[in-house]
Design a protein around this ligand. Structure first.
Ligand code: NAP
Length: 308
């Protein structure tokens, strides 16, 4: 069984940037693309804040070009998902996709995170990207002078609601309880902002519209009463889940299940490096993930050079 020099798990901006750097360093990385090749950006529309792209670019297009760039220098992609790992021997890391085993000298974990959705079981896919989104930083500017809602009561929801008031004429913060989970400072920002109205004790129970989202059904968590709220956009901010289950017992994780890193990208296993949203619950941007991917590839390269 051939032992790979470097296996990269994940094909979002972190994984593919790591792949570009590693491929250019002639490490011939093998990239496992997983179930969602391209990662979270495949679900976005236009990206206007990626440096060097002043006219904006579509998320899927950007990811396809990153993949092309990695392949151009010798990166190899597998449309497979790694389901199990054994990192107990740092000199031979073992990974499995189904019954197939892939041994490696180094691994970069770039498995990302997934936004939590409402799981209404209806309408969510239809409106995804058509008013229903999970990233205010990415999509906020498309809602200039429009009415939007933000679901959640944590720091993300408050931050996104505040950010959206730069564009939207009105922002509803829809929260399932009667108090916010967010820090006091973040709460104050929301309370002090005239454009934000908090709808307490409410959950979104239906998404409605013809071509794009036009309104939502709210259900009061106390009375059970339903009502309709007209809006142009609904931003989910009920948290993200890091995709780190397969590393349980193999890599150190925080209590919130994000992977622990030292010196930006180092894990507790010397031959395993970590990049992107699977370790970052704070910034979560394509450009920051790409930056961590670059760092992880440079560290993997250094690790192998020192070993040789
Ligand atoms: P979070 O703190 O876990 O908050 C999630 C919010 O969504 C909670 O208010 C929760 O309600 C609500 N929620 C969860 N599931 C829901 C559901 N199915 N339906 C309706 N509401 C639901 O997540 P986060 O705000 O993304 O923050 C994650 C971490 O990043 C936190 O540690 C946060 O402090 C940090 N963060 C920091 C900053 C900053 O400092 N600038 C910015 C963003 C995030 P309940 O309150 O009722 O549980």
């Amino acid at each position: 069984m051939k032992k790979e020099k470097l296996i990269i798990i994940g094909s979002g901006p972190a994984g593919l940037t790591a792949a570009i750097y590693a491929a250019r360093a002639e490490m011939s990385p093998l990239i496992f693309e997983g179930n969602e090749p391209g990662g979270q950006l495949m679900g976005t529309t236009e990206i206007e804040n990626f440096p060097g792209v002043p006219d904006g670019t579509m998320g899927p297009g950007l990811m396809n070009r990153m993949r092309e760039q990695a392949k151009k220098f010798g990166g190899r992609t597998e449309f497979k998902r790694i389901e199990k790992v054994d990192f107990s021997d740092p000199s031979t890391l073992k990974l499995w996709s189904g019954d197939e085993e892939f041994p490696a000298e180094t691994v970069i974990v770039a498995t990302g995170a997934s936004a939590r959705w409402l799981n209404l079981g209806k309408g969510e896919e239809k409106f995804w990207g058509k008013g229903y989104t999970a990233c205010a930083t990415c999509d906020g500017a498309f809602f200039r002078d429009k009415i939007v809602g933000v679901v959640g009561g944590g720091d993300s929801a408050c931050e996104e609601a505040s950010f959206l008031t730069r564009f939207a004429s009105k922002v509803y913060l829809i929260h399932r309880r009667d108090e916010l989970r967010a820090s006091k400072a973040m709460q104050k920002r929301v309370f002090d902002n005239d454009k934000i109205e908090i709808l307490w004790d409410k959950t979104v129970t239906d998404l409605r519209g013809e071509e794009k989202l036009e309104s939502v059904e709210l259900t009061d968590t106390q009375s059970g009463k339903a009502s309709e709220l007209k809006l142009d956009g609904l931003f989910m901010a009920i948290g993200h889940n890091p995709n780190t289950e397969i590393f349980e017992g193999q890599l150190d994780r925080h209590e919130n299940k994000y992977l622990k890193v030292e010196n930006f990208v180092k894990s507790n296993v010397p031959s395993v490096f970590i990049a992107g949203d699977c370790a970052d619950w704070r910034y979560r941007q394509a450009v920051t993930a790409a930056g961590f991917g670059c760092m992880a590839a440079l560290e993997a390269e250094r690790f192998l050079a020192e070993k040789e």
